[in-house]
Design a protein around this ligand. Structure first.
Ligand SMILES: NC(=O)c1ccc[n+]([C@@H]2O[C@H](COP(=O)([O-])OP(=O)(O)OC[C@H]3O[C@@H](n4cnc5c(N)ncnc54)[C@H](O)[C@@H]3O)[C@@H](O)[C@H]2O)c1
Ligand SMILES: [Zn+2]
Ligand SMILES: [Zn+2]
Length: 363
């Protein structure tokens, strides 16, 4: 029997989100219904609401979640009812050209549920990143459920489902930061601070946090930043060069998604260094760079989708580091809120008041 539960939708571009009844079908072949325990508010949810991703309204928002599998459809073997899972938006297909080359973290044909969650009048919902977890329950592809240790706190480990994984992976997987490296991270929200914390865990020695908000820079220090730069009062490129012996950083992570911060990242890296764009730009944004500089500086200009993660490999590893006290996921949870408070959380994010607000349904 399809179930009617509460969920948070964005009905039209720029309008406040609303909590409404949504219909969850029984899981079909390869699908699972998950009872959501916690779901973080990511900037990408706000991008969806503002029409910055696409125009497929109405969206069912929320995509950084942990919960318990309630039921599974035919042929599902990887999870079973009762499993504690983090939801991922990279359920790899095993069959596309990336998977066949042995690089499943680039999978170009990831799985989502085949059936649609709907409004009570039958209108189909577009779940954010194929998840839609600001809801009491969500229908996903079974491969989107990554089983992890059941005694981890849902509000904390759910953040691995998007922002923290994206930031950690941008630094570690895409940027390849490691022992003795220097790294600068521009934009210290949930994503940027995860990059900073990842750089600390992997042994980077110079970790420079750049933001326009001093409160964010204070938090960045707690995550492992060795230096901070407020780019509203200081020249970020110059300061990063000064702090790296005049050269620039080995890796610069752009975690804002704007042309001016991308340009800072481009000029703030050392020769043969790597720029990683993890911030999501909007379709109208353009950058202009002297081609001779692109050539002359060498190195790599990369983008990072979801931190080039492989959920089955990376989620349990990060949960282990968390449980050992080496990766502080709790510190990303600024506040826990109810499912009716998502609009207010967007407001707080907009004003820079929070790293992550996390909707908690059952922690
Ligand atoms: N690539 C991916 O897979 C992926 C995954 C999740 C989120 N994202 C994107 O990453 C970005 C960051 O997400 P978040 O959740 O951390 O957002 P957030 O709003 O929490 O953080 C953004 C930070 O950037 C800072 N900032 C804004 N303008 C700046 C500027 N000009 N210079 C320096 N700092 C500036 C803000 O003060 C804030 O601290 C967003 O664009 C989001 O969509 C990408
Ligand atoms: Zn694939
Ligand atoms: Zn996200």
């Amino acid at each position: 029997m399809p179930q009617t539960v509460k969920g948070v939708i964005a009905r039209a571009k720029g309008e406040p989100v609303e909590l409404t009844d949504i219909v969850i079908p029984d899981p079909g072949p390869g699908e699972a219904v998950v009872k959501i325990q916690a779901c973080g508010v990511c900037h990408t949810d706000l991008h969806y609401r503002e029409g910055g991703i696409n125009d497929d309204f109405p969206f069912l928002l929320g995509h950084e979640a942990a919960g318990v599998v309630e039921s599974v459809g035919e042929g599902v073997t990887e999870v079973e009812p009762g499993d504690f899972v983090i939801l991922n938006w990279r359920a790899v297909c095993g069959n596309c050209r990336a998977c066949r080359k042995g690089k499943p973290w680039y999978c170009f044909a990831t799985h989502n549920a085949t059936q649609k969650m709907t409004l009570t009048d039958g209108t189909e919902l577009s779940p954010a990143l194929g998840i839609g977890a600001f809801a009491e329950k969500a229908l996903v592809a079974a491969g989107q459920c990554t089983k992890v240790d059941a005694d981890a706190r849902p509000a904390a480990v759910g953040l691995l489902g998007c922002g923290v994984m994206a930031g950690f992976g941008a630094a570690v997987n895409t940027g390849g930061v490691g022992l003795g490296d220097s790294i600068a991270v521009i934009g210290c929200g949930g994503v940027g601070n995860a990059a900073i914390h990842g750089a600390k865990v992997t042994g980077a020695t110079t970790i420079i946090a750049v933001d326009v908000d001093d409160r964010k820079l204070e938090r960045a220090k707690a995550f492992g930043a060795t230096h901070t730069v407020n780019s509203s009062t200081e020249d970020a490129v110059e300061r990063i060069r000064e702090l790296t012996g005049g050269f620039g950083a080995d890796v610069v992570v752009e975690a804002v998604g704007r042309p001016e911060t991308y340009e800072q990242a481009f000029y703030a890296r050392d020769l043969a260094g790597t720029v990683v764009l993890v911030g999501v730009p909007t379709p109208d944004m353009q950058v202009t760079l002297p081609m001779i500089e692109i050539f002359g500086r060498g190195g790599a200009l990369k983008s990072s989708w979801y931190g080039d993660c492989l959920p089955s490999r990376d989620f349990p590893m990060l949960v282990d580091l968390y449980r050992q006290g080496r990766f502080d996921l709790d510190a990303f949870v600024t506040e826990t809120i109810g499912i009716g408070d998502v609009e207010a959380a967007f407001e707080k994010m907009h004003h820079g008041d929070v790293l992550r607000s996390v909707v908690v349904l059952d922690d």
